[in-house]
Every structure is written in C-alpha cells, then in structure tokens.
Design a protein around this ligand. Structure first.
Ligand SMILES: NC(=O)c1ccc[n+]([C@@H]2O[C@H](COP(=O)([O-])OP(=O)(O)OC[C@H]3O[C@@H](n4cnc5c(N)ncnc54)[C@H](O)[C@@H]3O)[C@@H](O)[C@H]2O)c1
Ligand SMILES: N[C@@H](CCO)C(=O)O
Ligand code: NA
Length: 436
C-alpha cells in the first residue's frame, strides 16, 4: 500500500463532540490511514481556555491553542473541523478556511441554517469542500443520501424527529410521567442538549435542521427564518394523558413539504411543532434520544432513516465520515458536489399549510353547547372528525379532532372558540399528524 503525506487537521472546539472526535481519530488511526491512503494528523486544537484538565484525551497537550483563527490560517492545515457551535466567531473561521481552499467539516446547524449561503459561497470561491453530516440527526447518514443518492429523484416530503433532547424528554413523559425539568437535566448530563438547552426545547435546533433538510431536499435555499417553529415547553402532563387516552403520543416533529400553493405555484412549507401521532405510527416508537426521518420521493417512495441523533460519540462518527471524504477528495484532487439551489422555490406561510388540530375545551354543560361549538368550526370551514364529551357540570370537557384544513382556519377557529361564553377555557391545542 502506498501512503501519501499526512492530511493535517485543525480541530476547533474540544467539548462533547470534539473530545470524541479526538478519541476516534486515535482509536481508528490505522484503519483511517488504510482507507484514505494517507495518515490524518492533528495540527492543532482550538479551545476556549488552556489548562483545563484534558488528561484523558490521547493527544499531545502541546497541540492546544486559544487562537482559533491563527490555527485556521496556518499553511500546514488542510481540513478544518468546527465543533464549537454558534454563529460567530465560527462563521469568520469557516469562511476564512473555505476561501483559502481548505476543506471544512462542521456540526454547526445553527450557522448553516442562519447563513449557509456565506459558507456555500466561500466554498465555491475557494473551490473547497464543505461537509456537515453531523449537523442533522447526528450519526444517521442523511445529508449524503439527500445530497448524492437521491439527486436523480424528486423529493416531496421530509418528516421526522430530529432533536434528541426533546425526544428524550417527551419519551420520558410518555413512559414514566417524568417531569419536564428532571428529564431535561438528564438529557444535558448525557451530552444531548445544546450549550443553551432553550435551543432544544423551544424548537430552534429542530428548526435549523429542518432548514438544512429542506434546502437539500428541494434544491432551494431555506433558512431558519423560513421555518415555522413552536417548541415543546407548552406540552403538559395533561396533554400527554389526553394523547394516551386517544391511543396517541406526542412528538416534536419537523415537516418539510413541496407542492403547489393555492395559486398553483410550486412552493415549500417547513414547520417544527409538537404533534399528536397514533401509537401505530412508525415515529411513535422512536424513543430515548433517537432520531428518525422519513423521506418521500416520486420514484423511491418512502425511505426511513433511524439512529442516534445526539451525543458525543454518535456525532463524532458523522464528523469522522466527513473527514475521510474530505481527505480522499484532497488526495484525488477532486471536490464533493457543491450546493444545489437552482429551484429557488418560494416559502409557503404556516397559515397555508394543511394541518389537523386536537382541541380540548372546558365547557359549561348546558343544552346547545355542542351546536354553538360546531357552529364556530363550520364558520371557518373546518370539518370535525371526532368529538368526545366527558365529565358533567363544572367538569365538562369537549375533545374535538378536526379533519385537515389550512392552519390559518384552524387557528381562527380556536380564537373564536375562546370568545364563546360557554367555553370556560381552552385546555389544550395540539396539531395532529398521521391519521390519529
Ligand atoms: N452534542 C451533540 O449531541 C451534538 C450533535 C450534533 C451536532 N452538535 C453540534 O456540535 C457543536 C458542538 O457541540 P457540543 O455538544 O460538543 O458542545 P460543547 O459545548 O460541549 O462544546 C463546544 C466547545 O467549544 C468551546 N469553545 C467555545 N468558544 C470557543 C472558542 N472561541 N475557541 C475555541 N473553543 C471554543 C467550548 O469551550 C466547548 O468546549 C455545536 O454546533 C452543536 O450544535 C452537537
Ligand atoms: N441538541 C441536539 C444535538 C444533536 O444535534 C439534540 O438534542 O438533538
Ligand atoms: Na447525520
């Protein structure tokens, strides 16, 4: 076997993911050399603070530096791996690297969703590789299939669970009735949560991933700002109990679809929100911090991707795969496929998305209540699928599940229901997916 000179790596960040990248590089060194045809060599590791105890890492401590930009600019660096996160200074480092023709591997979904254009443009300018498999659904090979394998097909819908932390919390709430904050603390300890877990529970992380998936699936630039986002902090134990009564559970879903809008114009709708799904739905069985993504395409039909979407080691697996790809390309003098954004489809607002609602109302129990409530649905052209009444007098409750309707009509229905004097309170409103 002939082995070329080493491919030199700059690692930016040595936290949950970064430290596992170091361990994997060490553990797999021989196999990686054989697979690539050249050894991988760490040129430096940028950290926020020197002197932190990192004795357990199999790496020369002299490689640590606090000067990330200086490391990126070094002539002896071929591949820059960014596992710090956030918009700045990560964007400055990566644009600098790409413009200089260095390959970039990043797990930074926040940056890709906020300003992926800056990175893709810099990659095109520098003729450099930009890989980001770890940014969506951790270890699951998902972006490469979208970026390469499915390029001969027409993808119409991507649906999935793409945030491990919130899936861990919702699965715990469903299985054991665990409290929200208790489950969130555990997700943090297991290395699933973002540095600021608000990004997870408020749906920002899933929305960033939805934007990346939609961009790749529909050959259009979709940013985080284009994604309708609703987090899961409002999901209560009562909602979960209500879902269980109906043979359902609640998941935080990401849904990206393409299709004609009201005027027939092909457009894209991307949303992230909690939804009730039947227990028979394949996504209902996705527990713990696992992720799962369905892709529907004209010729391929339905594809499902499942695996560990969060955690240091699974994420490092995706980072390593990208490093190998970038290193091979450098040796072969070639590049990965660049961004494909020719379609430039307009974004359809949430109001135009067809959704279904599960609405739970506390009502006064007297004659005419059902007729008054049904009247509001009819007024907004929303068809009711099922109605259940429980309790009596002060405890009377109506649970209504609708058929599909434009989300704007459903939202207006809820608003008008709140104005009825026989409705004492709207106990919960959840979207429903998958035929519940
Ligand atoms: N943890 C996961 O499961 C997971 C999965 C997929 C993607 N990601 C993404 O990977 C990236 C890293 O996530 P993480 O979980 O390892 O986070 P982390 O907070 O554990 O690690 C980030 C590290 O970057 C360091 N850092 C901050 N500013 C720096 C600077 N200026 N220079 C050098 N180092 C600096 C921090 O000290 C920290 O050690 C993020 O973009 C995250 O969204 C994480
Ligand atoms: N915080 C993210 C990490 C993986 O991207 C999650 O929980 O899914
Ligand atoms: Na992935």
């Amino acid at each position: 076997m002939s082995v070329s000179k080493p491919i030199r790596l700059a690692l930016l960040g040595c936290g949950t993911v970064g430290s596992e990248v170091v361990r994997l590089l060490h553990r797999q060194a021989e196999d990686l050399t054989a697979r690539i045809g050249a050894p991988l060599e760490v040129a430096g590791i940028a950290v926020r603070r020197l002197g932190r105890e990192r004795g357990d890492l199999p790496i020369d401590p002299g490689l640590f530096t606090t000067d990330a930009l200086g490391l990126v600019k070094r002539d002896d660096v071929d591949v820059v791996i960014e596992v710090v996160g956030g918009i700045e200074p990560a964007r400055t480092w990566l644009v600098e690297a790409l413009r200089a023709g260095k390959s970039v591997v990043t797990a930074n979904k926040a940056l890709l969703a906020e300003d992926g254009a800056a990175l893709h443009d810099a990659a095109a300018e520098g003729g450099a590789d930009l890989y980001y498999e770890a940014s969506v659904a951790g270890a699951i090979p998902l972006l490469r299939p979208l970026r390469e394998s499915l390029h001969g097909d027409r993808v119409t819908r991507v649906t999935g669970i793409v945030n491990g932390t919130t899936n861990f919390i919702l699965s715990s709430m469903d299985a054991t009735g665990a409290g929200f904050s208790e489950a969130l603390d555990e997700a943090g300890e297991l290395g699933y949560a973002e540095a600021d877990p608000t990004a997870d529970v408020e749906g920002f992380d899933a929305a960033a991933k939805a934007a990346i998936l939609a961009s790749l699936a529909f050959h259009s630039r979709v940013t985080a700002a284009d994604v309708f986002r609703e987090g899961m902090t409002g999901v209560t134990a009562g909602d979960m109990a209500s879902a269980k009564e109906m043979g359902c559970t609640i998941k935080l879903l990401c849904i990206a679809e393409r299709g004609p809008d009201e005027s027939g114009q092909e457009s894209v709708s991307v949303r992230v929100h909690p939804a009730m799904i039947p227990r028979s739905h394949p996504l209902a069985g996705v527990g713990d911090a696992f992720n799962a993504v369905f892709i529907e395409a004209d010729a391929a039909g339905q594809l499902m991707f499942y695996g560990r979407g969060a955690g240091g080691m699974p994420t490092a697996s995706a980072v390593l795969g990208d490093i190998v790809a970038a290193a091979r390309n450098r040796l072969a003098g070639t590049r990965a496929p660049s961004e494909s954004n020719y379609a430039q489809l307009p974004i359809r607002p949430i109001g135009a998305a067809m959704t279904r609602y599960h609405i739970s109302l506390d009502v006064a129990e007297r004659p005419g209540v059902l007729a008054a409530v049904a009247g509001v649905f009819a007024q907004h052209e929303v068809s009711i699928a099922t109605v259940r009444q429980s309790g009596r007098a002060e405890d009377a409750k109506l649970v209504i599940v609708t058929h599909g309707a434009p989300d704007a009509n459903l939202a207006a229905t809820v608003e008008d229901l709140g104005r009825l004097d026989i409705v004492r309170s709207i106990a919960s409103v959840l979207r429903v997916e998958g035929g519940a």
